[in-house]
Design a protein around this ligand. Structure first.
Ligand SMILES: NC(=O)c1ccc[n+]([C@@H]2O[C@H](COP(=O)([O-])OP(=O)(O)OC[C@H]3O[C@@H](n4cnc5c(N)ncnc54)[C@H](O)[C@@H]3O)[C@@H](O)[C@H]2O)c1
Length: 335
């Protein structure tokens, strides 16, 4: 069986996903595309032998499309995910599920009403070999319970403009999600600290942000979120546990010495660091659709919880206070 995928949003990541599905993922093909910029989707459609359709609703409804990939801007994910749910087509939705927690909750409620888990979230770090190896080191067979997790997330330049609240809902939400997954726990509170900003930060914004969370079991999670670091794209994660430490580093495996310098380059942005994680995520999604096995990635519920935590982080950014995190009851669909 070949899963025919329709792609909504053919910008940076949508194009990468569509090319992966067309050529590097077994069991998938791309048949229809939509982008608000019709020229973009038409060019990619010509490259991939697909059709470019005039609206996103046309992609979802198309009888050439079995499953949908949503890679449009953050603020339309929830609306497009709801449209996918209304047709019962499985959907891979890029993060975040929504910048506003109520919009994310509406998607969870709609999926619960359908009674089937149709939405998988594009939190691809759960498929990254570095994070998978790091998680495998934790627990009683490894270095014990995680006590402190230290994360750095640095972009060369702010990819969607410098806005401190966007840094939380769009970028730090990766750490919010991956640390829940890594330590297998939920957060109890969050505090966002601001301090001296980098040279490119406008007066009314803060960059870097220092995000501190504690999980219900007491694990401390810290995140340095620096979207305008100018140094390149770098993501690190180190865990201090009861019996040892584990360090993921930044995913660079080879250092080169030349002309009195030893080191390695940094990618300009996320594709250079997480290309394989994106492909493994897509393959996991397609294999799940073909075999009917369990959904391998983050659920809509995870997407909602991540948005809720990011919204509490915004509350803390605005007030400077530590903010408690209270989750509603998890619906049985996500047990
Ligand atoms: N998982 C990851 O690591 C990762 C990495 C990059 C981007 N993303 C997410 O993917 C999404 C797209 O990011 P990007 O970097 O590709 O942005 P982008 O700006 O490169 O592309 C977005 C595209 O969406 C199109 N668009 C605008 N409004 C639309 C609409 N209503 N419907 C369909 N298309 C529309 C734009 O014309 C553009 O081509 C964002 O939500 C972002 O958070 C995730």
């Amino acid at each position: 069986m070949t899963v025919r995928v329709g792609v909504i949003g053919t910008g940076n990541i949508g194009t990468s996903h569509a090319r992966d599905l067309a050529s590097r993922v077994a069991g998938a093909t791309v048949t229809a595309l939509y982008d608000a910029d019709a020229g973009k989707s038409a060019a990619l459609a010509a490259e991939l032998g697909a059709v470019s359709l005039p609206t996103y609703e046309d992609v979802i409804a198309s009888d050439r499309v079995d499953a949908v990939l949503v890679a449009s801007p953050d603020n339309v994910h929830a609306e497009q995910a709801l449209a996918c749910l209304s047709t019962g087509k499985p959907t891979l939705c890029e993060k975040p599920l929504a910048p506003v927690e109520a919009d994310a909750r509406a998607v969870v409620d709609a999926e619960v009403a359908v009674g089937r888990r149709l939405i998988m979230m594009g939190f691809m770090r759960r498929f990254d070999p570095g994070y998978v190896e790091l998680k495998s080191q934790l627990g009683p067979e490894g270095i014990g319970d995680p006590l402190i997790v230290r994360n750095c997330h640095r972009n060369e330049i702010a990819p969607y403009g410098l806005d401190s609240e966007l840094s939380l809902t769009n970028a730090a939400i990766h750490e919010i999600d991956i640390n829940r997954w890594l330590v297998d726990d939920e957060y109890a509170w969050v505090q966002v600290l601001t301090g001296r900003s980098g040279p490119l930060t406008p007066e009314e914004q803060h960059d870097p942000l220092f995000v501190l969370l504690q999980t219900t079991a007491g694990t401390l999670v810290e995140i340095e979120m620096f979207v305008q670091s100018q140094l390149g794209y770098e993501v690190t994660c180190n865990v201090t546990a009861g019996l040892g430490v584990a360090e993921m580093g930044d995913g660079s495996y080879v250092t080169t010495a030349r002309a009195r310098h030893r080191g390695h380059g940094l990618p300009a942005q996320w594709l250079g660091r997480f290309q394989e994680a994106y492909r493994l995520q897509l393959q996991g999604w397609i294999t799940h659709l073909v075999t009917g096995g369990p959904m391998p990635g983050a659920s809509a519920w995870d997407g909602f919880v991540d948005s809720l935590v990011a919204n509490r982080a915004i509350d803390s950014l605005r007030t400077g206070e530590r903010v408690e995190i209270t989750l509603p009851e998890r619906p049985a669909l996500y047990a």
